[in-house]
Design a protein around this ligand. Structure first.
Ligand code: PLP
Length: 460
């Protein structure tokens, strides 16, 4: 029987300490994520307690829920079913081979932005005709690799790039299928660093120059002009922005068709939001579909979407252990073994990540800063956050870390990058090993002459 309120639960909790609240009843509201739930006061990923994963693999550790990824994919697939469509997962959000394989097996294609991502996607068994290739700086060698692989579509970001693709295609004796990435000049009302569809950003071609660009592209014999692409930002919290962008693209589509172009693909990009906070208002795939699909259906085009964060963001947590409690007159710091080197989003965008101990603790709440060991003041996960009172050794889960987490990890401060684990029901798989110190220096060399006794000629 559910307890009457969170408040009541807390009173019970604080008076009796660590007790069992029964299946699925959280002590306090947690994010509505199926893959992660509290049972008996312990946080589980599917059927595996996170504390067990920390024991087996150590911390810091990325943990991904296969069931959550599948649920998200199937939800989106169902919502878009009224039109001919393809979901091209944005590999840059989380490029782990096992995560890619899981998504490709469900029927996803890949949205890639580099030769390296193409390599990953191919290794994970993607169907080449489900790959779309975006990015403002595609090099000739990357273009060649993509053409030889047989990708479905290049999302072209400038005329010089269109010409470069045309040249490589001609040399290989093929025609490159292209869509022009148009900048529809809408404001997605998100962070400035992830606003991509407004005038003045480096992405795409401004709408008022798009028509001329299409005519120039038609003259390039190496190109086959197929589609229109836009990706306005990430995350986009308002359907209004998508709707406005679609209107503008459809205006362009009409004009292109009148000018004799055969456009069969509308690529509306990614940017679908997820909940980082429990009270965050976001639109659902159904609402997206209801608002946009009728117009897309009418256009007769195949719809491509490129979600990254939506599919994997809430399917991952970063598991970390408190190393020290540090109490100062101003603040209490929880210094944890993860850092901006594992998850840079708070440092880079000021992003909020829900944090909670993986085992319920019974000694009240306190206001803390959760920080990493890296020598930067920007190395923090939370500031002035109310959390159950934690000690050295307490395991914390940093939620919503499945997208733009590990992929942005670095070796700064010579920190080996963490391990990644994929959970499938009661099974757990190490899908990337923790790096070793040897890994840190792989490929580095010391020139022989630096090994002499050290003093320079002039000093002798
Ligand atoms: C980053 C990016 C995406 C994915 O964005 P999400 O917010 O993760 O959905 C899709 N398309 C393009 C072109 C991108 O640059």
């Amino acid at each position: 029987m559910p307890l009457p309120s969170v408040w009541y639960q807390r009173i019970v909790f604080e008076s009796v300490g660590r007790i069992c609240f029964g299946e699925g009843i959280p002590v306090r509201p947690v994010l509505p994520i199926e893959g992660f739930s509290f049972r008996g006061g312990e946080l589980f990923c599917e059927s595996v307690p996170l504390s067990r994963l920390a024991e087996v693999y150590g911390t810091p550790l990325y943990v991904y829920s296969h069931a959550e990824i599948r649920r998200r994919f199937q939800e989106l697939q169902a919502a878009l079913s009224a039109v001919d469509h393809l979901i091209c997962y944005a590999v840059k959000a989380n490029g782990n081979l096992a995560v890619l394989r899981a998504l490709f097996r469900m029927g996803a294609g890949a949205d890639i932005v580099s030769g390296g991502e193409l390599f990953r996607a191919v290794r994970a068994g993607v169907a080449p005709d489900r790959i779309v290739f975006a990015g403002v700086g595609k090099r000739p060698d990357e273009i060649e690799l993509a053409l030889k692989t047989g990708v479905r579509l290049f999302n072209v970001e400038s005329l010089p790039e269109a010409e470069a693709i045309g040249r490589v295609a001609e040399r290989l004796g093929v025609r490159a299928p292209v869509a022009l990435r148009v900048n529809p000049d809408v404001d997605p009302e998100t962070h400035a660093y992830t606003t991509t569809g407004k005038r003045g950003t480096k992405f795409g071609v401004d709408l008022d120059q798009a028509l001329a660009a299409y005519h120039k592209m038609r003259e390039l014999s190496g190109l086959e002009v197929r589609g229109i692409h836009a990706h306005i930002g990430s995350p986009v919290r308002s359907l209004e922005a998508y709707s406005l962008a679609l209107d503008r693209l459809l205006g362009l589509l009409d004009r292109l068709r009148r000018d004799g172009f055969t456009i069969d693909t509308l690529n509306l990009g990614g940017g679908f939001p997820i909940r980082y906070r429990e009270d965050e208002a976001i639109f659902t795939p159904e609402e997206y579909a209801k608002r946009l699909l009728p117009r897309i259906r009418e256009s007769g085009c195949t719809l491509i979407v490129e979600p990254g964060r939506y599919l994997v963001g809430n399917a991952g947590v970063l598991l970390t252990e408190v190393i020290y409690r540090k109490e100062t007159p101003e603040k209490t710091f929880l210094i944890v073994d993860a850092a901006m080197t594992e998850l840079i989003r708070p440092a880079l965008y000021g992003s909020f990540h829900h944090i909670y101990p993986v085992c319920e603790l019974g000694s009240g709440e306190e206001r803390v800063d959760v920080v990493g060991p890296v020598c930067e003041t920007g190395d923090f996960f939370a500031k002035d956050r109310m959390l159950p009172r934690s000690q050295a050794g307490t395991l914390l889960a940093i939620f919503s870390a499945g997208a733009y987490g590990f992929v942005m990890a670095s070796n700064y401060n010579a920190r080996p990058r963490p391990a990644e684990v994929l959970v499938m029901d009661d099974r757990h798989y190490l899908v990337r090993e923790r790096e070793s110190y040897e890994d840190l220096i792989r490929g580095e060399r010391i020139p022989e002459e630096l090994w002499d006794d050290g003093r320079e000629e002039t000093e002798r």
